[in-house]
Design a protein around this ligand. Structure first.
Ligand SMILES: *Cc1c(COP(=O)(O)O)cnc(C)c1O
Length: 386
């Protein structure tokens, strides 16, 4: 099968020509002074995007390596951890928490809903034994966000550690690591940043380092060890293992582009694209997955499908017939996702996604007014541009 004309998936995303060119640069020895400088510069640029003065660790591997390594490092057997579940990734975090030996507490809501700061506050009031809160900032498989701006400070003010999966959160929503007092954040390069899949971007507060050092179960001399990165790389300029030189080059280029545009402007571009997409989808007769637009994510719009139309079939049909790669529900429910993430957040990409999805669903038997949806989406886009 030919390559798709448009990749509008929820990560890995389409990357710019400039990022592709950076990925094609010569591969240097990882101890070449030029690469060492590039690696350090890239860390600094991640810190700018995260808005933090905390240490930045760039672990080689998809974001999962950072999420697992960090959680294993922070969980001391028997500690009490509160996990917030409103989607697939939050649910998975809970399995890890139990697996790594902690006592799991959970607040779980439907995957079309969001855990509220008030729920978290009430739970923490009742359970002073909680030592860490785990949350997912942006549940990409269902397109909902959590109110990290409120929950982060709640944890900090009580001296509770926070562990945040922000793989699709950073640049897809306003983000303030330090202002919100977030101890451990993990982002991916291949989501809103528009970089290559293959690097986990992690910020670690001093409190989080202290917790890891106090933890006899924290991995050391292991691919999953954050302490190795702290001691060998941050402390001694020795890599625990060879980083992918090309991925770092691609990541730095994507960071440059984000910083040149401005972090706030990138976030606003995602929010604008989401507004266009939601307006178009509802105007053609589709139903949004998120119960309320107040927590619908800015990087991906999830659409609820009728029971008799399967989400995988929708994704495959749009790809085969219209050459547009969308994302299915990834187990979150019978939904399909129009992604507006990284370089595809903005301009006519949302119109392409809406056209492909709308016509696919008509082909599969739904009654929709695709034209009315596209008209409405273009009307919203036009007001943003003029
Ligand atoms: C993409 C993503 C990850 C990384 O998981 P993969 O299954 O490797 O894509 C983790 N958390 C969230 C919220 C994500 O969007």
């Amino acid at each position: 099968m030919a390559s798709p004309d448009f990749t509008l998936s929820a990560g890995p995303v389409t990357v710019t020509a400039r990022t592709l060119a950076a990925l094609g640069k010569p591969i240097l020895y990882h101890y070449d002074p030029e690469f060492l400088t590039a690696f350090e510069r890239t860390q600094g640029k991640v810190a700018q995007v995260f808005r933090t003065t905390n240490d930045i660790v760039l672990m080689q591997g998809e974001a999962i390596v950072g999420l697992e390594g960090a959680l294993r490092s922070l969980i001391t057997p028997g500690m009490h951890v509160l996990n917030l579940v409103q989607g697939v990734f939050g649910k998975g975090t809970g399995y890890w928490i139990t697996d790594f030996g902690a006592v799991l507490h959970e607040i779980e809501v439907g995957y079309d809903d969001a855990v509220s700061p008030a729920q978290v506050e009430a739970y923490l009031d009742l359970h002073p034994e909680i030592q860490m809160v785990c949350l997912v900032a942006s549940e990409t498989p269902s397109g909902t966000v959590t109110d990290v701006a409120a929950i982060g400070p709640l944890c900090r003010d009580r001296g509770i550690l926070s562990y945040v999966d922000t793989v699709s959160g950073v640049l897809g929503m306003p983000w303030e690591t330090d202002e919100w007092g977030l101890d451990l954040c993990v982002a991916g390069a291949q989501k809103c940043l528009g970089g290559p899949p293959g690097v986990a971007l992690i910020s670690v507060s001093q409190r989080a380092w202290d917790a890891m050092y106090a933890n006899p179960a924290a991995p050391r001399d292991s691919y999953l060890s954050l302490i190795d990165w702290k001691e060998k790389w941050l402390g001694g300029r020795r890599f625990p293992y060879t980083p992918s030189v090309s991925d770092i080059n691609g990541l730095e280029s994507a960071l440059d582009q984000a910083l040149e545009e401005g972090v706030d402007a990138v976030v606003a571009r995602h929010e604008d694209a989401a507004a266009v997409t939601r307006a178009g989808a509802t105007a053609m007769g589709l139903t949004l997955w998120a119960k309320s637009e107040t927590f619908a994510s800015a990087c991906v719009t999830s659409i609820r499908l009728p029971d008799d139309i399967d989400n995988v079939r929708v994704r495959d049909h749009a790809r085969e017939v219209y050459g547009v790669m969308l994302s299915h529900g990834q187990g979150a429910g019978n939904l399909v996702r129009l992604s507006h993430m990284g370089p595809t957040a903005g301009g006519l990409y949302s119109i392409v996604g809406l056209a492909a999805l709308g016509r696919t669903l008509v082909d599969l038997g739904m009654q929709l007014d695709v034209g009315a949806g596209l008209e409405q989406a273009l009307a919203v886009l036009s007001t943003q541009r003029n």
